[in-house]
Design a protein around this ligand. Structure first.
Ligand code: AKG
Ligand code: FE2
Length: 251
């Protein structure tokens, strides 16, 4: 473990091991620069349009943010992909999930309290050697994520599939660690790792975290090839959206 001083916070950066703990933290100057640049765009262009009374609008803005070219550039930068290859040993990375934003706060999105303890793999069903890539745009000294080191070794644990993910039974998260890393850090973790949002009960009103994640699967994974490269994620079109809109545009 080593300690770095970041602005006014002291952050303890713990080196986790991908094989034994199921996650690995990378704090890389080039990626941090991109993340800081993206964060200023988040604040000036997206959060500035947030409404105190319209959580749907706020959720839509966060979805639009994940499709911002700067956000896409962060996730597809050759630096990041090379970490996916060399650290996670994903031989031929293939992005199988959209970029998802994880906003944790005192409820301006109507879903501000995040996810319970879950595993990602049952919601994906893709390659056995894929990796989740989670990047925080803020220091995680308040709201963050927590995880159970080593839990990835046990495969899919008893639990249930819910609207928000595959929640595992409470006996599987009695020994959770709270992740504390500086803004711009990349966490690569196993899709079997048991993890959850950590909501800091002492965080002041208005404090929030925003992290982004996506999933890289491995096209060279033999098991996935056998399953015909299936993925639980599908692309759908909502053809009712325009018809239901009160202000239809003419064209
Ligand atoms: O950031 C969070 O609150 C949850 C992240 C998560 O579950 C994921 O990236 O798979
Ligand atoms: Fe997750």
């Amino acid at each position: 473990m080593f300690i770095i001083s970041l602005k006014w916070v002291e952050v303890h950066v713990i080196s986790y091991d991908l094989k034994n703990d199921g996650l690995f933290v990378i704090t890389d100057a080039e990626i941090c620069d991109r993340a800081f640049f993206l964060r200023s765009k988040l604040e000036t262009v997206y959060l500035s349009k947030f409404s105190d009374s319209n959580p749907t609008l706020n959720r839509n803005l966060l979805r639009r943010f994940t499709q911002d070219p700067l956000c896409l550039q962060l996730f597809f930068s050759s630096k990041l992909i090379s970490y996916v290859r060399t650290v996670a040993n994903v031989f031929e990375p293939n992005q199988t999930s959209p970029i998802v934003s994880h906003f944790t706060s005192h409820d301006v999105t109507g879903q501000g309290h995040g996810l319970g303890f879950h595993q990602d793999w049952p919601s994906m069903g893709t390659s056995d050697t894929g990796i989740v890539c989670w990047i925080t745009l803020y220091d995680t000294d308040r709201h963050t994520i927590q995880f159970v080191p080593g839990s990835h070794k046990k495969g899919v644990l008893p639990g249930k599939q819910t609207e928000t993910g595959y929640l595992v039974e409470p006996t599987h998260y009695t020994d959770a660690h709270v992740l504390r890393v500086p803004a711009g850090s990349v966490v690569l973790f196993s899709p079997w790792l048991v993890h959850a949002t950590y909501v800091d009960p002492k965080a002041e009103e208005g404090a929030f975290k925003l992290a982004l994640s996506t999933r890289y699967d491995d096209l060279e994974c033999a098991a996935w090839q056998k399953r015909g490269y299936e993925s639980a994620y599908s692309t759908t079109v909502d053809r009712q959206l325009w018809s239901a809109s009160p202000e239809k545009t003419s064209s």
